[in-house]
Structures are given as C-alpha cells and as structure tokens.
Design a protein around this ligand. Structure first.
Ligand code: NDP
Length: 329
C-alpha cells in the first residue's frame, strides 16, 4: 500500500496566502483497481491561477489544485504502462490513484536532454497560453509592436520570445533588475523594471513612442489603466491574467478606460488556454522544436522538497521566480 503526502487548503485565503492556510497530511492509498494507475510525482507546478481558482473551485480541507509530472509506478490501465511519464491534474500530492481521465502522456519524442519539468512550463500549459494569446487572440503580425507584463515569468518570457520569432518589436516589464537583464538576454527590444521607473506612462512611451499594436496582459489593475491609453488605434489586448488583483479582499476601482476603448476601437478579449485544447499536441511539438533549435529559452525557478510547496507558491506570487516556478519532490 502506498502512502501519499498531500497539502490541503485548511481555510480559504483571505488576502495574501499564509503558512497557516495550508496543512500537510498523510493518506493511505489502496492498490490500483482495474483501469487505474498509481502515480508518483516528480515535479509539481505552482501557478498564479491557484489563488483565484481556490475560491471558485475548492472548499476548505480540499487538496490544493494543480498539475504535476508523474511516473506511473503501478498500472492496471494499458494506456499508461509502468514507467511512462504523464502530466496529471492530481493536485498537491506525492502519490495518486488515477483512472487515466485526468492524465496526458508526455510527448513521445521528448528529448533525453530536456528536463521533464518543462512539460509544466514552456512545453506545457504556460507555453500554450503564450502561443494562443498571441496567435488566436491578438492575431499578431510581423512588424507589430507588443507589450507584455510579468514578462520574466513562465508565460511572459515565452510570449516575448514567440513574438520575436514572428518578427515583432517586443517591450516587456518585470519587477526586478535581474529580470530586466534576463529579458534583454532573451532578445526583448525594450525592457524596464516597473517597480523602479519614476513614471510607468513615461516608461511605456519611451519604449515605444508610436504606441502598441498588441498588449499581452498578465497583471491587470493600475498597470492596465496606464497601458491601455498607449494602444494604437485598432489595437488588440489579450487579457490572460490579472495577478495584481488576485489577493485583494475588496475590489480595486478605476480609472475606467471605456472611452479610450471606444475612441481607439480596441479589441479586448479575455481567454483561458483550454479553449484550444484540440491544438495542444501540434502546438507542443512546435514549441519543443523551437526549444531544440535554441529559439525558445526557458529558465526555471526550482524549489526542492514537497514540504516546501506553500513556500514555493507564495514565493511565486511575490515575484521570486525568473521563468517557471517548479517544485521538485
Ligand atoms: P509568473 O511566472 O509570471 O509568476 C507570477 C509573476 O507575477 C511574479 O513573478 C511577479 O513578477 C508577477 N506579479 C506578482 N504580483 C504582481 C503584482 N501585484 N503586480 C505585477 N506583477 C505581479 O506566472 P505565470 O507566467 O504562470 O502567469 C502569468 C499570468 O498569466 C498570471 O496572471 C496567470 O494567472 C495568467 N495565466 C492565465 C492563463 C489563462 O488561460 N488565461 C493560463 C496561465 C497563466 P514581477 O517580479 O515581474 O512582478
């Protein structure tokens, strides 16, 4: 019988998450039934969506939601033989029984020299988010100028690199000088630290005096209020995330941008990566090829130890990560 360590949400977050909101427990698992597999987690993902989705999708005492790269260690399901690797929506657990319905096999041709953890990052959900936001929502074209915030993170760093591959001018903002240096290393045309610039409006104007065709929005709130007026006429905004709002207990208010949206005829569209799930396999192969060709670079911020899941999650929300925040069991 396997024993699983699990992290549960002890009580709903109120404001920024704290240690006492989480509890580490142990669970005894039975042997896999017919059609089931037993998974052992190798890498777990900590993502911003866990903060808002905990409110919509979880109750107190539920296991924290999330995805992981796991190895099948016992199998009564021929689709997932012992030894194969999967991405599973198992939550914050070291071991899981699954009937396979929440599992996706890692790409067949996954190269030996690429860590499987990237299946939770650039060659996984965050990478797909970047790709679909640019291609499906912004319909970005060569020669256009793109703005992306939280640009040194899992999604943002891929957004900027794909836009460069497509022949665009890319401006990124991030919350640290080390992050800005990383963006320049990745080939961003302009990058600035939004925490230290004297005026965000001036920084955006200096980076692209002619304005922005596309804006990949990861942050929301006051950043957005300053950025929207910098859009060109008929600009497109992919509203991917609003991390500056996730920990608010009371909603923030304006300034409101409807007049700018009307006068500039902006298209502003929220999206969830799952909308284009039918394209995932082809998209992941495309991005893996870019990675192997050296066109897509992917840093990771790895925290070691399952017991450090809450610290890794809170650290990511505070901006401690450059690239994808990952926990290695
Ligand atoms: P990141 O790797 O970018 O990590 C989060 C980053 O957000 C931090 O490193 C920090 O960077 C920044 N941040 C935190 N708080 C604030 C704040 N108050 N103001 C500005 N920036 C802040 O996370 P992901 O790349 O995984 O996610 C980026 C965004 O994409 C999130 O909003 C997330 O919810 C969204 N998302 C949406 C999906 C969808 O389907 N729509 C799917 C996946 C992600 P810094 O130091 O630069 O401040």
């Amino acid at each position: 019988m396997a024993q699983a360590k699990i992290w549960v949400l002890k009580q709903h977050f109120d404001g920024f998450p704290k240690d006492s909101d989480f509890e580490l427990k142990v669970e005894q698992l039975s042997e896999p039934a017919d059609g089931e597999v037993l998974l052992e987690a190798i890498f777990l993902s900590v993502d911003p969506y866990m903060r808002p989705f905990s409110r919509f999708r979880m109750q107190a005492e539920d296991v924290m939601i999330g995805t992981q790269v796991a190895k099948v260690i016992k199998s009564n399901n021929p689709s997932f033989p012992v030894g194969c690797h999967v991405v599973g929506r198992s939550g914050w657990r070291t071991h899981t029984l699954s009937d396979g319905s929440d599992l996706t096999k890692i790409l067949d041709n996954w190269p030996h020299d690429v860590s499987l953890s990237h299946a939770l990052g650039a060659i996984g959900m965050p990478g797909l988010t970047a790709l679909y936001g640019l291609e499906e929502v912004c319909a970005i074209k060569p020669g256009e100028t793109l703005l992306v915030n939280a640009a040194a993170g899992a999604v943002g760093s891929v957004v900027g690199q794909i836009a460069k591959l497509k022949g665009c001018k890319v401006v990124g903002s991030a919350g640290g000088d080390d992050k800005v240096a990383y963006l320049k290393e990745l080939g961003f045309d302009q990058a600035f630290n939004y925490k230290t610039v004297l005026s965000l409006e001036e920084a955006l104007k200096n980076a692209s005096p002619e304005g922005y065709d596309c804006y990949f929005e990861n942050v929301g709130g006051p950043f957005s209020s300053v950025a929207i007026p910098q859009m060109k006429n008929l600009g497109r905004i992919a509203v991917c995330g609003a991390i500056s709002l996730y920990n608010d207990s009371t909603p923030q208010t304006g300034p409101y941008q409807q007049l700018t949206m009307i006068v500039k005829q902006l298209k502003i569209e929220g999206f969830l990566v799952g909308r284009w799930e039918h394209k995932n396999e082809e998209s992941l192969k495309r991005m893996l090829t870019w990675m192997q060709e050296g066109k897509l670079k992917c840093k990771e911020h790895v925290t070691v130890g399952f017991e450090n899941m809450p610290a890794a999650f809170m650290g990511m929300l505070k901006g401690e990560n450059i690239g994808k925040a990952i926990v290695k069991v």
